[in-house]
Each structure stands twice: as C-alpha cells, then as structure tokens.
Write a protein that binds this ligand. Structure first.
Ligand SMILES: Cc1cc2nc3c(=O)[nH]c(=O)nc-3n(C[C@H](O)[C@H](O)[C@H](O)COP(=O)(O)OP(=O)(O)OC[C@H]3O[C@@H](n4cnc5c(N)ncnc54)[C@H](O)[C@@H]3O)c2cc1C
Length: 331
C-alpha cells in the first residue's frame, strides 16, 4: 500500500500497524533489465491480504456489523421496498440497500447487467520468491517486461529475502504473460515456483458509467475504480466504500442513494481517475523517453514520490511540462 492509502486508512480509523509486514522507502526503477533510478521516500507498506482483510472485517464487527461466514452471495433482486440478497445456504436476506464490494467477478454488478469486456481487464501473474535482498529497504518496479504493464518485487518480510514478485498486462496479452513472467523471474535469479493469476478491471479508456442502480451501489473493483497505471486499487476501494456509506447514511429515507453516491464519486474520485487514464496512455506511448526524463530530473522523481504519497494528484502532473529538448517548467 502507498502512503496515500495508509493515510486514508488512518483518517478513517482503519489502520493497524499489526498488519504491516515491512516498509520500503526506496523504489528502484528498471527498464528492460537495466537499472534506471531510485525514487526516494516512496513509503510503500507491505501487507498480506488475508491479514489486512481479516483486520477490516474485525473493525466492521466492532462497529456493529454482523459477519456471516461459510457462505456466499449467489444473487440479488430489487423489490419495491428494498433488495433481496440470496445466499448459498438457501437463506434470503432482506436489505434496504446493498453495497457490492465483491471484487472484479462481482455478482452484484452482474445482477445489474454489468459485465467486463475482455479488453477491460488486466491479468497479473504472481509468486512468492526468495531473491537476493536489494538492500536499504528497497523494492523494484520493472517496466518493459510485459506489454502495457510492469513487473514488481516487494519484500514481504522486514528481514530475509522473501519477495512478492509479479507482473500485470492487459488480458489481450495473456498468452504471452506466463512466458514473460518466467523470463522475468529468471532475470531476478529465482528458481522454479508456483504461479497465481488474478484479474483487475483497468479498461482501455476512462468511462464514467454508472456505479449502481436504485438501492444497489458498487464500490472498489466491482465498480472498476482502480488506478489504471499503477493498478493500485485498495485506495479506491476504501475511498468509494466511504462515499457509499455517506450516501446511504444521508439519503436512505429519501431513496436517492445512488444519485448521492454518484455525485460524491464525481466530486472526489472520478476527476483524478480520468487524468490517470490520460497519463497511462501518454506514459506507454513514450515510455523509454518519459522514464529517461524522470531519471534525469530530480524534480520529476520527486513528483513521482509525491504521487505515491498522495501529495500530488494525476491531474497535477499536467503542470509538469516537458518540452522536446527536455526543459521542464511549471505552467
Ligand atoms: C496481482 C495484483 C496485485 C495488486 N496489488 C495491489 C497493491 O499492491 N496495492 C493496491 O492498492 N492494490 C493492488 N491490487 C488491486 C487490489 O487488489 C484491488 O483493487 C482491491 O483489492 C479491490 O478491493 P475490493 O474490496 O473492491 O475487492 P477484493 O479485494 O477483490 O474483495 C472482494 C471480496 O468479496 C468477496 N466476494 C466475492 N464474491 C462474493 C460473493 N458472491 N459472496 C460473498 N463474498 C464475495 C471476496 O471473497 C473478497 O473478499 C492488486 C491487484 C492484483 C490483481
């Protein structure tokens, strides 16, 4: 998680240092196997999803939520007064409102007729690998190992050499992903390993769309709210869930929940995501040149740090004007 995400969790009283396995302060950036530059003060917090998700579930229970385990939602149906939630144990739960936080394969989204197209999805291959330590609290970001995506190596323990290694690319390149991943892990010096694959919604272009209907709201991956360049999704999942809860609390009686939620997303999340999509398109169309400039100019590396730390938004990057002869100025 970036500092941007951790700061949000702190603001919402959802942060626990107990779920943080290690932190990285330096991001080492590579392109096609060559080391390019360090991004200092990167503040990457490494967690394990089972620890983190368990902590969030416990926090919800502490606040009065009822956690039902050992079953899953199989479908939902809108009624005149609310929503029916069907579960795997043939139990139907009545609800006044449903927030679908059920990830990229969301049953809630599908029950609204929303399905991802193949081109809307990215696929990642990941492994836990023993690697030689980078030294100095560092982790690695590797561009040029897959098409229109990147590879990463994050240490999952503060001492030792166990790393979460992965790479992600649009689903249309999935045929070459495993080959690229094997090549990447060989380059990192790792031997045979188990590989897991995951999907992430990162459509080719920004789409405003709708994020629910009536008394049904979608948050996080189910809504497609993910940083399309970095693939950072926890921030947007938490932020959109916060806005969904505000919309529900303030508007349930009037029955205008979806309108209020959509409005909050329009004000807060969507404008910056739009710029993130624009940035991704520009970045991948000129990747070697842009990486070269970031390596050359301290100021651009600091902008990278600020982006990760949440002190700069994608829309602010438009202020960094880089002319063809490499001169950087601020509008
Ligand atoms: C390989 C990979 C690496 C990533 N790395 C990062 C990273 O470093 N930092 C970052 O910020 N983001 C990262 N992301 C993105 C991030 O994981 C997601 O954007 C984020 O988890 C979205 O949260 P969510 O709650 O919307 O969905 P999820 O985290 O997918 O959670 C959905 C939950 O719903 C449950 N569920 C699903 N269907 C049902 C059902 N029918 N009934 C009941 N429960 C159900 C699931 O079990 C799950 O617990 C990564 C994604 C991938 C694929």
């Amino acid at each position: 998680m970036t500092l941007k995400t951790v700061s949000l969790l702190r603001d919402l009283d959802l942060y626990s240092k107990d779920v943080i396995l290690s932190t990285c302060s330096v991001l080492k950036v590579f392109y096609k196997g060559d080391y390019l530059f360090d991004v200092e003060n990167a503040n990457i917090f490494i967690t394990r999803r089972d620890f983190f998700d368990y902590h969030l579930a416990n926090r919800a229970v502490e606040e009065g939520a009822r956690l039902i385990e050992g079953t899953s939602v199989t479908g939902i149906k809108e009624t005149s007064s609310g929503v029916k939630v069907f579960t795997g144990k043939n139990v139907t739960l009545p609800a006044r409102v449903v927030v679908g936080a059920d990830g990229v394969y969301s049953i809630v989204a599908r029950s609204l007729g929303k399905r991802w197209r193949r081109e809307d999805l990215s696929i990642s291959a990941i492994s836990l690998l023993s690697l030689e330590d980078f030294g100095g609290n560092a982790c690695g970001l590797y561009f040029g190992v897959v098409d229109y995506g990147y590879g990463w190596a994050f240490p999952v323990e503060s001492s030792g050499c166990l790393f979460n290694v992965g790479c992600g690319t649009p689903l249309k390149y999935s045929k070459s992903l495993l080959r690229a991943f094997r090549r990447f892990t060989r380059y990192l010096g790792a031997s045979q390993h188990d590989v897991y694959v995951h999907l992430l919604p990162t459509p080719p272009r920004f789409r405003r769309g709708s994020f629910g209907r009536g008394r049904i709201l979608l948050v996080g991956d189910a809504a497609g709210l993910v940083d399309p360049w970095l693939g950072e999704g926890i921030y947007y999942a938490v932020k959109s869930a916060f806005h969904a809860s505000r919309a529900v609390l303030d508007n349930l009686d009037e029955g205008t929940v979806i309108g209020a939620y959509q409005q909050l997303l329009e004000e807060d999340i969507l404008p910056d995501l739009k710029y993130a999509y624009i940035f991704r398109r520009i970045f991948y169309s000129k990747m070697p040149e842009i990486l070269g400039l970031i390596g050359r100019f301290n100021r651009l590396r600091r902008a990278f740090t600020k982006l990760l730390n949440g002190e700069l938004r994608y829309r602010d990057l438009a202020k960094y004007y880089i002319s063809s002869n490499g001169v950087i100025s601020l509008h």
